[in-house]
Design a protein around this ligand. Sequence first.
Ligand code: HGY
Ligand code: MN
Ligand code: MN
Length: 412
Amino acid sequence: MQINIDADRIVADLEKLATFSDTESPVITRVVYSESDNKARAWLKEQCEASGLTVRKDPLGNLFACWQGTDTAAGAVGTGSHIDAIPHSGRFDGTVGVLGALESIRALQRSGFKPRRSIELLAFISEEPTRFGIGCLGSRMLCGSLTPEKAAALKDREDQPLTNFTGTLAEVKLPANYYSSFVELHIEQGPILEKENIPLGIVTSIAAPAALRILIEGEGGHAGAVLMPARRDAFLGAAEIALAVEAAAKATGVIDSVGTCGLVEVFPGLANSIPSKVKLELDIRDSDLARRDSMLQAIWKACDEIRARRKLKITSSTINADAPCTCGSEVVAALESSCQKEGIVYKKMVSRAYHDSLFMSRIAPTAMLFIPCKNGFSHRPEEYAAPQDLANGALVLARTLATLSTGLYSGS
Ligand code: HGY
Ligand code: MN
Ligand code: MN
C-alpha cells in the first residue's frame, strides 16, 4: 500500500494552530480552557469533521475524532496528543501528534485503506500542568488514574476549582478495552536524534514523573531594621530546598535522574521586605521508579533539616507521583516494521518527558514515535521540527495505524 503524506498540509495546519495563542508569534501560550485553547479546539474539531471523522467531546473536553472501522466491536486504535501549550513556549510540542496524525489518517483515506478496527484521533485536554498543577489531566481521567473526586478537588492558580465541564466527571473514564492499542507521535524534546542524525525514535519506556508543592513559612519584616541573627527568611529556606533538589538528582549518579524547581512564588515579593512565605513546585523524574522515589526521600530529609536549622514551617504535598511505563511490545514491533517498510532509520529510546501515552499505557498497549527537534529545544519559542521530519513521522504513523487496525499483531 503506497501512502503519500502531504507535509505542506501539516506545516500549514501547525501554522494555523499557532495563531491561537495569548502571546505574539513565534511565542506560543495556550493554557487549557483559555479563549485561545477553546478556539484552537473548535478549529481542530472542524478540521477533523472536514476529513470525514465523527467527532465527540467528553465532559472535560477531551476530543475524539473517529474513522469508523468495519469491526466496531473490536477495540479502536487510538492516536493523538495535546494542543495546550505552556506559556512562552513553541508550536510543535503536542500539536505534531494531533495534526501529524490527522494527516496520517487523511493519507490512509487517500490510499484507499479501509480500517477494520476504528482509528480514533484524540486531542487530550490539559496535558500541561500550567493551570491545575497536574500534568495529563485529561488522559489521567480517561484511564481512571485520577478519580472524579480528586479532579473536583483540584484548584487552579486563582484557587478556582475545575468547573469547565459539561455533564459529570464520572463519564470521562473509558470503558475497559475501549482501545486495542495507542500510538503517539511527538517531537523528542531532546537533542539525541538530531545529534546522532537518526530520523525517528521509537519510545520503549516513559520516565516516572513526580510533582511536589512545598510551602515555606518564616517571618517577614523590614529589610533594613531586622538584623540577620533575628531573621527567619522563608526564601533562603526555599533556596536551600532548590539546591537539595539538584543534589538529590546528581547523587544517584545516573543520567536519567532529573530534578527541577521551576515555580517559585515569594510573598510579599518586595525588595525591602523579608520573604515571609514561599511556594515552590518541584518536578522530579527518573526512568527507574525506585531511584525517583529515593530522590523524593532525600528531598524530604533535606526539608526536615532546613526546617529545624532555620526555624521555618515547611509543609509539602505530593501533586502526583506516577509509575514509569514500559511500552507495549506489539506496538513497538508495529512501529519498527513500519520504519523498515519505509526504509527510515530509527533508534529505540526512553522518553524523559512525560506524555499522555504514560496514562494510555494503563489501558492499552501503547508506544510513541519521536521526530527530531532542532537543538533538542522544547518548551521555548525556538522549538522547531523540519517538514521532512514531520512527513517521516506521519508516514510511519500512518503505516502503523493501518497495521494495528487490520490486526496484524498479537493483541487481536
Ligand atoms: O513536562 C513534560 O514532560 C510534558 O512536556 N508536559
Ligand atoms: Mn510539554
Ligand atoms: Mn507534549
